[in-house]
Every structure is written in structure tokens, then in C-alpha cells.
Ligand binder design. Structure first.
Ligand code: NAD
Length: 356
């Protein structure tokens, strides 16, 4: 059956990088990939056209699609708008409206780019780690929350860390299922020695792991996990954790690879439907110049093929093609170094298509 993909290019470099990912997806049609692309507006571009950063038409398109490919939103032009209609509101809106509770952020370092990391090449070369972050619960959403004034006049800020077993099981299953497609190892990160909520997290993960006898489960306290990520990141396969711990650890992990233009992401709902996007923003400083790196978006399309469309062979072909163009020495400006060949956004996309 034909799979529908909603393509939301957004702002800044969004249209340039998404065009290259679309080239790659379209190249698979001749090999039997049955997809139909639909295009919608989001972010500043949508605001300019309709007065809303997430027009109902786009939301309906996203709801009815099998998967969503997103570029990026935002830019200087819209910074002074009221917060309710800023481009970023469109992105947050689509995430919550589609209940995309599982955020997958791979930190994958192509050996050819090991020099781009701030860590020693031998520590990071070949790094292939997946962080699975719970995205719609935990302390970022727990009630009660606020800032109150105590009887003595002093102010007190408070938030609530809360997870139900069902929420832990839901994100745990995502992590275990992904591990099965990788090296079958899950490390659950918590602070069970101090926080009761994550004591429940640990217990629930342990019980859940009985359904996944073929996957090895380990547990790690978050402070140790942060240290291990910079000490020996290659020890991890899949890490699963709460919203806030995942927020912090995934940023740390992404920087291990040194290049923001290389990293894809996925946000999934309960049925495996997902929104796929590069982790970077709309880079207004380089928009319209045909110099942005499209590889994070192209690799996001590979994640879409693997996790939502269940087409791992096509996903493998994209990832291998990216490795091949790097072997050929082709580099966009952000990853360019002496001895390599500098190419434009469109040339990089063409090179990936040729290497498929
Ligand atoms: P950014 O990620 O857009 O850019 C940071 C730096 O990285 C810039 O120097 C940029 O040129 C560079 N860069 C980013 N992607 C690149 C690529 N593919 N190739 C080469 N260089 C790249 O972050 P920012 O500057 O903080 O934010 C710019 C705008 O993007 C803001 O409006 C922000 O709100 C928005 N934003 C959107 C998203 C999203 O849509 N998911 C995420 C982060 C920021």
C-alpha cells in the first residue's frame, strides 16, 4: 500500500536540505518504494501565508500521513512575534498534537569525520549510540508546578517528577524494540538511589525486560552515565531515560560527533508513526546560499524508512551512500577540512543519490 509522507520544509535552510532528502527518497521509487509525498507549510513560512505557524491544513495532513519529514523552523524575521504565533510554536504543536512521546536521537560518528569531534578520535571513531528519550511526561509536564511565596516572604520554585508504569512501559518497549534492530543492549538511565519516581522506573524496566529475553538490560545512574558518555561512549548501544535526563544526555552525546549538520532524529507515537527531522535549526545565517549540510536530513529520511516504513534495506542503502560520499572526500562547508573537496548542498544530495 502506498505510504503517505507529509513533507514540511519550514524556514531558513529547511527547504534546501529537505529538497535533497526528497531527491533521495524519490530515487527509490524506481526500486519499488511505494510512497506519495504531500507538501505543507509550517513555522514562519506558514505564519506569513496563513497567520498561523501550524495551519489546520498542515495538522490534518500530518495526522493522516504515515510519516512526516520536517526541515526546521524559525528565523530572525519572526523573532519579535507574540510567542503564541512564533514558528517554534508550530513544531511544539505538531509534537503534542500527534502525541510523539518517544524521541530517538542517534549519535553516530562516521570514522571519516572523527577529527571533527572535540574528543580524541580513538574515543569516538565508530561511535553508534541511540538515545531514547521520553518526550511528553516527567518533570517537564508534572503537576503541581510553579513559583510560590512562603509565609516568611521568601519565594520557592517547585516542579513535580512523575511517571506512571504505563508511561515507563511505553517508552521501554520502544527502546527494547530498537535494540533488537541493533546490538540488543539497553542501558536504562535513572537516579533510583535518590528519586522514588525513578526507582519505579528501574523496577518497571526490569519487569518489562522479561518480555525481551534476547535483549540485555543494564541500569546506570544518570551522573555516572554523563561521565561514561565522555569517557567511553562506545560502550553503549541503546540508552533509555526520562524526559529531563534525556534532554541533557542527548545534547551531550550529539556533541561527541562534533557536527550538528550530520545528526538526524525521530519522534514516534504509540503506533510507530513518526516525525523525522535533523537536530539542528533553520540556520538563518547561511540560508539561501546552497552551502548547508543536507546529510542530517537525508539520514532522517533513512530513520523514517527504518522505524516507520519498515524498509531497513532502503535505510541501509542511504547510510552506506552517506559513508561512501564521505570516503570520496566530499564535504559541505561545516565539515570541510584541508585535503577534502568542498561541495554545495545540492551537489551533496546528488552525490548521495549517485552512491545509492
Ligand atoms: P541552528 O542549529 O539553526 O544553527 C546553529 C549553527 O549551526 C549556525 O551557525 C548554523 O549556520 C549552523 N548549522 C546548523 N545546521 C547546519 C547545517 N545543516 N549545515 C551547516 N551548518 C549548520 O541554531 P540557532 O542558530 O540557535 O537557531 C536558528 C533558528 O532555528 C532559531 O529561530 C531557532 O529557534 C530555530 N531552531 C529550530 C529548531 C527546529 O526546527 N527543530 C531547532 C533549533 C533551533
Amino acid at each position: 500500500m502506498t505510504k503517505k509522507i507529509a513533507v514540511l520544509a519550514g524556514d531558513g535552510i529547511g527547504p534546501e536540505i529537505v529538497a535533497e532528502a526528497v531527491k533521495v527518497l524519490n530515487a527509490f521509487k524506481q526500486d519499488g518504494l511505494d510512497i506519495e509525498l504531500e507538501y505543507g507549510l509550517i513555522g514562519g513560512a506558514a505564519y506569513d501565508e496563513t497567520g498561523s505557524p501550524l495551519p489546520d491544513e498542515t495538522l490534518q495532513m500530518a495526522k493522516h500521513a504515515d510519516a512526516i519529514l520536517l526541515g526546521a523552523v524559525g528565523g530572525y524575521k519572526w523573532e519579535s512575534l507574540d510567542i503564541s504565533v512564533r514558528p517554534e510554536k508550530g513544531l511544539l504543536g505538531i509534537r503534542s498534537q500527534l502525541n510523539l512521546f518517544a524521541n530517538l536521537r542517534p549519535a553516530l560518528l562516521y570514522p571519516q569525520l572523527a577529527d571533527a569531534s572535540t574528543l580524541k578520535p580513538e574515543v569516538v571513531a565508530g561511535l553508534d549510540l541511540m538515545i531514547v528519550r521520553e518526550l511528553t511526561g516527567g518533570i517537564y509536564f508534572g503537576q503541581p508546578r510553579g513559583i510560590r511565596t512562603l509565609e516568611n516572604g521568601e519565594k520557592e520554585g517547585y516542579n513535580t517528577l512523575v511517571y506512571r508504569e504505563s508511561e515507563i512501559n511505553r517508552i521501554g518497549r520502544v527502546a527494547f524494540d530498537i535494540a533488537r534492530k541493533r546490538q540488543s543492549r539497553v542501558c536504562s538511565v535513572d537516579k533510583a538511589n535518590v528519586l522514588e519516581c525513578t526507582e519505579l522506573w528501574r523496577e518497571t524496566m526490569t519487569t518489562l525486560s522479561k518480555d525481551y529475553a534476547d535483549v540485555e538490560l543494564s541500569h546506570m545512574y544518570v551522573d555516572n552515565a554523563a561521565m561514561q558518555l565522555v569517557r567511553a561512549p562506545k560502550q553503549f548501544d541503546v540508552m533509555v531515560t526520562t524526559n529531563m535526563f534525556g534532554d541533557i544526555l542527548s545534547d551531550c552525546a550529539s556533541m561527541l560527533t562534533g557536527s550538528i549538520g550530520m545528526l538526524p532524529s525521530a519522534s514516534l507515537d504509540e503506533n510507530g508513526k513518526g516525525m523525522y527531522e535533523p537536530i539542528h535549526g533553520s540556520a538563518p545565517d547561511i540560508a539561501g546560499q546552497n552551502i548547508a549540510n543536507p546529510l542530517a536530513t537525508i539520514l532522517s529520511a533513512a530513520m523514517m524508512l527504518r522505524y516507520t516504513l519498515d524498509q531497513p534495506a532502503f535505510a541501509d542503502r542511504i547510510e552506506k551512500a552517506v559513508s561512501k560520499v564521505l570516503d570520496q572526500g566530499l564535504r559541505t562547508a561545516d565539515i570541510f577540512s584541508a585535503g577534502t573537496t568542498r561541495v554545495t548542498t545540492a551537489e551533496m544530495g546528488d552525490a548521495v543519490v549517485a552512491a545509492l
